[in-house]
Structures are given as C-alpha cells and as structure tokens.
Ligand binder design. Sequence first.
Ligand code: ADP
Ligand code: MG
Length: 456
Amino acid sequence: MTITPELVPASASFAPATIIEVSHVTKTFVSPDGSPLPVLDDISLDLREGEIVALLGRSGSGKSTLLRCIAGLIAPTSGEVSYRGSPLNGANPGVAMVFQSFALLPWLTVRQNVEIGLEALGVEPAERRQRAERAIDTIGLDGFESAYPKELSGGMRQRVGFARALVVEPDALLMDEPFSALDVLTAQNLRAELLRLWREKDFPTKAMLIVTHNIEEAVILADRIFVLGANPGRIRTEISCTFPQPRHRHDESFQALVDQIYTLMTGPDNRAPAHIWAAKSSADATATDTPLPEASVGGMSGLLEILLARGGDEDLPKLAHELTFEVDDLLPLVDAAQLLGLAEARDADLHITDEGRTYVAANILESKPIFAALARERAPLIRAICNALETTEDGTLGEGFFLDLLRRGFSEDEARAQLHVAIDWGRYGELFDFDVNTGQFSLERHDQPEPSDTGG
Ligand code: ADP
Ligand code: MG
C-alpha cells in the first residue's frame, strides 16, 4: 500500500524544517610524514528549527573540525553539508559562531567588537549601532558599551562573544565549548541565561548547536545529544533528551541520563582503542592503535587513592562533581587506570581491582616496580620505548626515532603529547629517563647503582 501524495504535505508540515544537514562527512588531514590522518568518519546529522543539539565528545574526537565543516570554514574530504537544502560552497550563510577563547579584538570597545559582524555584512553605520546596542542589551552588557575587553571578566567577555554572534541574527548559532574557559558558577549562570533568552519569543536564532566535552552541560541544554567517539571522530549514538526545562541536576531522571552517558563514554567502544582493554590481551596492541591516556602517574594514583578511601567503588559522575573535575580531566585518569588494569569502569561506576588495591597500599619503593611491570606489559608505547632502547648498544635513542613512529598514527601535537606522557610514566617506573637538553632517551640501569645512591 502506498500513501497518497495528498497526505504527505499535511504530515510534513508538522516536522520542523531542517536548517543544516550533514551527510556522510569525512575529514582526513595529512600527517607530517605524509600519511593520511582520518579525523572525521562518515558523520551524518541534522539540525532542525526549534532545537538545541549537543555534540558531546572527549578532546580529540573531532568536534571542532566538524563544527568548522558545518560553518563552511573548511571543506569535508568527502560527504556534504547543506544549509536549507543547498550544499555549502564556502562559508555557511546561515550561521554565527561563539568560540571558547572569546576571540575579541583587544583594541576595540565592546560595541565595536559587536558591530564587526554587521560591518562584514555591509550594514550601514547607523543601523549597525542600533542593532549592536540591542544585542548588547539582550545579553546583559548594558552600560559596558565603551569598555575594552581587558576591563571585563571572563564571563562578561563571553557575553560579548554571544552578542557578536547574535547581532547578525543567524538562522543557527554554533558554539564551540563556549563555557569551558569560565569558572563553574559563571558558566552555570551564563548557560541559564542563554536558555532563558532561547525561550523568549524574539530570540533571533532558530536552532543552536553546541560542542562540549561536559556531559552535564549537554544534558542541561540539549534536546538531542550526539555522543562522538575518537580516532577517528564518529557518532557513537544519538540520545534524545525530552525532559522539560528548566532541568535540575539533582533530579533522578537527569542523573540517570548522565550515568548512562558516562557508562557509554568509559565503556568499550567497538572500534576505538578501548576494545583492547576489554579483551585484556594487550600483546597485539601497538603504540599507534592504543594511545596512552593523557594522564600523569600522580593524577592516576591520586584517583585510585580517593577510590580506595571510598571503599574501592564510586559513581563516576559523583566523583567528578565532588572533585570539581570535568569529564575531560577525569576520564584520562580513568582510562590510564583501566589500561593498566588497576581499576574497571562499569555502568558509570569505577571499581578498584585487586592489582589496584595492592598498588595503592604499597609504599613508594614497592609501588614503582608494580607500576613499571604493568606499564611495560599493557602500555604499548612504554613497551616499544623499552624494547627499542634495549636493542641499542649504549641504551640510548633520540626522541626523533619515537616521534617518527608516532607520526604514523598521530598529528605532530599528539605525537609530542604521547611522548610527554611516556616520559612521565617511564621516569616514574624508573624504566627509562629522558634528557630535555639532548632529546635523548636512556635506559635506567638498575644493575649499576649511581655513586650518589650509596648513602642509602
Ligand atoms: P576536538 O575539538 O574534539 O578536541 P579537533 O577537531 O580539534 O577535536 O581535532 C581532532 C583531531 O584532528 C585531533 O587529533 C587534531 O590533532 C586533528 N587536527 C585538527 N585540525 C588539524 C589540522 N589542521 N591538521 C592536522 N590535524 C588536525
Ligand atoms: Mg575542540
């Protein structure tokens, strides 16, 4: 049976119009050694009138790259972004952006910073001024028109960022972690105010797309949440968030959703490095397919200590909240503990393992060899560095050797970040040392105590 064509327009009129459609977008950069670096993999999503959509993912999952594709600032490698049904060919005419870093021009006043967007559109000076004043009013900056950015607090500067985006009355507002440079209370305040404006009839924008790494922020703001995975960035799941505004973080349904997303983000991902931890067979893992989490040994050990002090078992959102950690800060510590087998995350809870208990209970002298053995066994980059150093005659190698290895799977910055973590872990475990002046890695030789060690 087919639906008669007459019925289609009637039902279609209830569906909110699509503003932006992202269809099978991939983006691949080229790594410094010329090999491809896939950053976005087959992303499809849409943004419709009347909704707030969040793109939630950890740092490096390609959120900013995706937002730049949507804004038309960069072109996808394949796939397409459309605005109101027309494929983009350059900057997206229907959007304005708010950035984490405010991006204000320091030599211009608040009003001039807000007017910039209108200048680019060729709006007459008188109208520019009028519209800028209205936007400044709306966003709560009344009285600060002539102030310079350096005279403003972070929260006020970001208000300028919002005013500058809203003054052009964009069809859709794109935000790249707009609250993450602000302190917790200022961020909460500005978020609530944005929601209040959004609900008002004359808000100039029909939809908002926010990039964030903060789970609670996504659940507070969004009608739909796309959870992104990394390496390469892709959509892991889409979650619809239907409970009414204003939302309260202590409500049961709110907490349940936050827990569900924590579980997802700390759990195994069928295509990300996490599957290797789940399989517990790390023998085949390599330094490029199993990145070291960006966590210091001190940070990870601290987390384990807190966990043990709480009986060895704690709810991750609760831990994050009480430590005033954001997910990007906490999850690398969780990942490190999981990679080494010292803790396990299950259903948004973190459990310490028997090995974890032994590690935390040990004194510093005992804990170092435990850490060293686990790192060598389960952290592929640590194993690769130790193995390579052992094959050389004098037990030393330049960092260039390892950077070349890492550039096959990482961008330059990430490759350096990986080495940075490896140096911290290697030093702590006394597996190897690194000399910043010469850029040389060297094996720690436990069989030849240094003269200064004799004092005991
Ligand atoms: P997020 O915003 O989620 O932190 P990004 O989109 O900034 O992620 O980056 C995703 C990945 O793409 C990172 O690994 C980053 O190093 C890489 N990347 C981003 N821009 C470029 C570029 N211009 N050239 C090479 N790699 C890039
Ligand atoms: Mg980003």
